[in-house]
Design a protein around this ligand. Structure first.
Ligand SMILES: Cc1ncc(COP(=O)(O)O)c(C=O)c1O
Length: 278
């Protein structure tokens, strides 16, 4: 499932080709694009599965839940080369609300909008095989909703310092950046080689793992500044681990994962998708 709109013809060719390796579905919200997807799929002898994205938050891509979406489904059902498989929503704004009950209440409103549209589409005669929703922050809310058949959670694999603050999530932070201390100009400041090129500041500064009292307080292109107690023993050349504020946009800055078990590197996994958004 590609939970995004793909519209560029070169990318659509590659999307169609992917069907030779896997059962791929993609989000759509535009008739001209749906026709283009169908045309390319036919030229490659396949049928492309699509899910109609609903903009349940009124914030990003997708059709307006309700009548607009139901009519759009009718239109794309007649497009040759594609197969309508279902609907997709995404409760983004509630994924990082710290309190679980508040998060559940907010996400449920959006999931109900998705459910109402599913009903409307089915009443109009279309078969809705997949209803996709959720994220790491709402995986257990979307997962419990009777209409949802598929949960789109991704970050739970690694977690990050933003998700770590949420109550009700059973996942632990597996992803850290291995930083090297490059300077200790004054006893209260440690400088590491982790700037924006290494760890995203997207959701704020990262956290220092297992160094008591240490606080990451500033980041620039190539430097990270950490406030420490003047008695802290860290010295130039020492290694420390940092937990990023957002795992997704940090992973995309690196070529490899170093998979560690019990302090030993057990595998090196290339990050094949990194830098491939062009
Ligand atoms: C549409 C959609 N679904 C699911 C996800 C996964 O969310 P998370 O990584 O927070 O679990 C994202 C993340 O950006 C998304 O944009």
């Amino acid at each position: 499932m590609i939970t995004n709109e793909v519209v560029e013809p070169g990318k659509l060719e590659r999307l169609a080709g992917l069907n030779n390796y896997a059962d791929v579905n993609v989000a759509v919200d535009n008739l001209a694009v749906a026709k283009k997807i169908g045309e390319i799929a036919r030229s490659q002898g396949i049928k492309q599965g699509v899910l109609v994205e609903l903009d349940v938050r009124n914030k990003r891509c997708g059709r307006i839940p309700g009548k607009d979406a139901a009519e759009f489904v009718k239109e794309i059902e007649n497009v040759r080369g594609i197969e309508f498989r279902g609907l997709m929503g995404y409760e983004g704004p509630f994924l990082d609300v710290p309190d679980f009950e508040t998060r559940r209440a907010g996400a449920s409103i959006l999931l109900d909008k998705l459910a109402d549209t599913v009903e409307m589409v089915e009443r109009a005669g279309a078969q809705v095989e997949i209803v996709s929703a959720g994220s790491t922050g709402t995986y257990n809310i979307a997962g419990e909703h009777s209409i949802v058949t598929e949960v789109e959670a991704g970050s739970y694999v690694f977690m990050d310092s933003t998700y770590r603050k949420l109550k009700g999530l059973p996942f632990h932070c597996a992803l850290t950046i291995l930083a090297t201390v490059i300077s200790r100009p004054i006893p209260e400041r440690v400088v590491v080689d982790v700037g924006w090129k290494t760890m995203t500041p997207e959701f704020g500064l990262g956290e220092v793992k297992d160094v008591e009292g240490a606080k990451f307080y500033h980041q620039s292109e190539e430097h990270g500044l950490i406030a420490v107690d003047s008695r802290n023993h860290l010295k130039v050349g020492d290694k420390i681990e940092l937990i990023p504020s957002h795992c997704c946009t940090t992973v995309n800055l690196h070529d490899n994962f170093y998979a560690i078990r019990k302090g030993k590197v057990e595998a090196i996994w290339p990050i094949a998708g990194r830098g491939k958004s062009q």
